[in-house]
Design a protein around this ligand. Structure first.
Ligand code: FES
Length: 100
């Protein structure tokens, strides 16, 4: 299902916007001019991943501190041992969409 995220330019450089697609919550980041979408739910214990601190392409779960690569969803540190989903983002006619 395709969900409209924002107008182009609405998410500032380095920012994130959380959107809902069905029962999924997804964080859409805009970094160095590129959009990335990752599930806003930590694989360890369902923490709100996209509310965590970001450094480069790494985000830290605010609940217990696991790190993930927001480009791939890969878990980079314990206590998470499994990755989370990522989703394709497209820009069309001035709007940003995520396919989830
Ligand atoms: S819920 Fe994310 S590290 Fe535990």
């Amino acid at each position: 299902m395709e969900v409209r995220v924002a107008a182009e330019g609405e998410i500032p450089e380095g920012g994130v916007k959380i959107v809902q697609s069905g029962s999924l919550f997804i964080g859409v980041y805009f970094i160095d001019g590129v959009y990335y979408a990752i599930e806003d739910r930590c694989s360890h214990d369902d923490g709100p991943l996209c509310e965590g601190l970001r450094e480069g392409f790494e985000i830290e779960c605010p609940r217990h501190g696991a790190h993930f690569d927001l480009r791939s969803g890969e878990a980079l540190s314990l206590p998470a041992t499994e990755g989370v989903d990522t989703f394709p983002v497209t820009v069309r006619d001035g709007d940003v969409f995520v396919e989830a």
